[in-house]
Design a protein around this ligand. Structure first.
Ligand code: NAP
Length: 194
């Protein structure tokens, strides 16, 4: 990628938004791999929210029921994206809390559904932990924000095995510093086999 050595996070996000196709995973984690705690994320990083929105807007997004419910009601469905939510509960799709979601019974159904909606050439899997664990063998890219905080958590990032390699990071070394002082970096991982 031409952005490989830049320290400009917006240019990195823009390039990813313009080039990634297929199935992508996107998450933010602490350096220790925590992605969630008590149904929420234990940090505040507006720069990452901006990056996440820029990346995913215009494309279908797939998530587990718990991640859907982790968004405050007023922020769901995520706008300008078809929000596909998976659950094993037969009637959950009829409940008020499912309003605005396309509810399907499996990850396969979610991926199938994503191909019938606008922007389906790129599909973003948003998590959470349980859904990511089922997705690392079917995605071709993962865009990870690593946040330089220590936090306890109950939900963890999936392990990317040797079939994955880091293709680009911003910055190439060290950290970006957010307006609130939090340090973070973006990494694009690609799956090279399988
Ligand atoms: N840092 C990040 O980037 C990030 C991203 C996303 C989420 N999170 C955090 O992660 C946490 C939520 O993650 P989680 O692992 O607890 O839950 P999750 O993966 O969001 O959702 C799990 C639920 O999804 C449904 N599900 C999962 N696999 C399924 C399958 N194969 N078929 C049908 N339904 C399936 C089930 O719903 P039913 O129980 O209804 O059957 C399951 O209980 C929250 O703390 C959230 O804030 C963080």
């Amino acid at each position: 990628m031409s952005t490989e050595n830049t320290a400009d996070p917006q240019a990195f996000t823009e390039e990813l938004a313009g080039t990634v196709t297929g199935v992508g995973l996107v998450w933010a984690q602490t350096s220790g791999g925590v992605i969630g705690k008590d149904g929420d994320m234990p940090w505040d990083l507006p720069e990452d929210m901006k990056h996440f929105t820029r990346l995913t807007v215009g494309h279908p997004v797939i998530m587990g029921r718990k991640t859907w419910l982790s968004f405050p009601e007023k922020y769901r469905p995520l706008p300008n994206r078809t929000n596909i939510v998976i659950t094993r509960q037969k009637n959950w799709g009829d409940s008020p809390e499912a309003e605005g979601a396309v509810v399907v019974p499996s990850l396969d159904d979610a991926l199938l559904e994503s191909q019938f909606v606008d922007g389906g050439e790129t599909v973003w899997i948003l998590g959470g932990g349980e859904v990511f664990r089922q997705s690392t063998d079917l995605a071709n890219v993962a865009v990870v924000t690593t946040i330089d905080v220590e936090a306890d958590g109950d939900t963890f990032a999936p392990e990317l095995d040797e079939t994955w390699e880091a293709a680009a990071s911003v910055p190439a070394d060290g950290w970006l510093t957010a307006a609130n002082g939090t340090r973070y970096r973006f990494t694009k991982w690609v799956r090279t086999q399988g």
